[in-house]
Write a protein that binds this ligand. Structure first.
Ligand code: GLP
Length: 263
């Protein structure tokens, strides 16, 4: 795992978007794993800007989102399909037929996970999986005790996640209590992971995710098991990391980071 601490939220966001853009330019039909949440809104705004101003071409790209609320359809403003359309897909030249989320309205809840996994396999697997982190340390909606080898499935959300996400709903009580989510094992199958965390409220859980013991109680600790994981944070979210000197030293000296110093 590598950790990159950037001085501002915007530079952390820009670095995340730049890594995605560089990968897309190298492989125009790449398979992107996408995430939702407030943190990602700025990343998607930056990618849309790169499409408009820097000819970043998404026409051949394919995407799979981490998760979707059970019971919410694409027209529902609180569904993650709606979020993805309005935050990103409507602003770039991706072919929406190549964008995938679990189907929140799937009639057969048990079958939806395996169906989604087969779609990911059919696309050749995920090249880069973008991740945020929940207040309880979840990635996707892999709440505490999610098996580190779990696959896409329905998951009940914790009261803490409910508290975190319900304010985003017009009526907080409308937030579903269950969601489909890629499993931790599904996420670990992606060829590269990029986790972005910003803001002081993520500092404690981020330090546990990166420097704490691997545990199914905090699904983001599974990133430590992945051979190609990058964690990008701003000053606030990185404030509780103890290994900072080493992380900064690598970012300043490793040749592969040379081009990213002033983003
Ligand atoms: C939801 C999503 C997660 C995301 C988290 C963080 O719970 N399922 O994938 O990481 O929100 O959201 P925010 O960026 O709003 O803190």
């Amino acid at each position: 795992m590598e950790v990159v601490i950037r001085p501002t939220t915007q530079s952390a966001v820009n670095l995340t978007a730049q890594l995605i853009a560089d990968a897309l330019r190298a492989k125009p039909d790449m398979v992107l794993g996408l995430a939702t949440g407030r943190t990602m809104e700025a990343v998607y705004a930056r990618l849309a800007e790169m499409y408009r101003k820097e000819n970043l071409d998404f026409s051949l790209a394919r995407s799979f989102n981490l998760d979707e609320y059970i019971g919410l359809g694409p027209e529902n403003k609180n569904s993650y399909r709606y979020y993805m359309n309005t935050q990103l897909f409507d602003h770039i030249n991706i072919d929406k037929r190549n964008t995938h989320l679990p189907d929140g309205l799937a009639e057969d809840v048990e079958a939806e996970g395996p169906r989604y996994e087969a779609e990911i396999d059919g696309a050749g697997g995920i090249d880069i999986q973008l991740l945020g982190i929940g207040r309880d340390g979840h990635i996707g909606f892999n709440e505490p005790l999610s098996s580190l080898s779990s696959r896409t499935r329905a998951k009940s959300l914790t009261p803490e996640t409910y508290e975190q996400n319900a304010p985003l709903f017009d009526k907080p009580e409308d937030m579903p209590m269950r969601a489909f989510t890629m499993g931790v094992g599904t996420i670990l199958d992606a060829r590269r992971l990029i986790l972005l965390a910003t803001g002081a409220e993520k500092a404690d859980i981020l330090a546990q995710a990166v420097e704490g013991p691997v545990t199914s109680m905090i699904s983001s600790t599974a990133l430590q098991l992945h051979p190609n994981a990058i964690v990008i944070v701003d000053e606030e979210a990185g404030a509780k990391l103890t290994g900072r000197k080493y992380y900064d030293w690598i970012f300043a000296h490793e040749p592969k980071w040379a081009a990213y110093q002033n983003i």
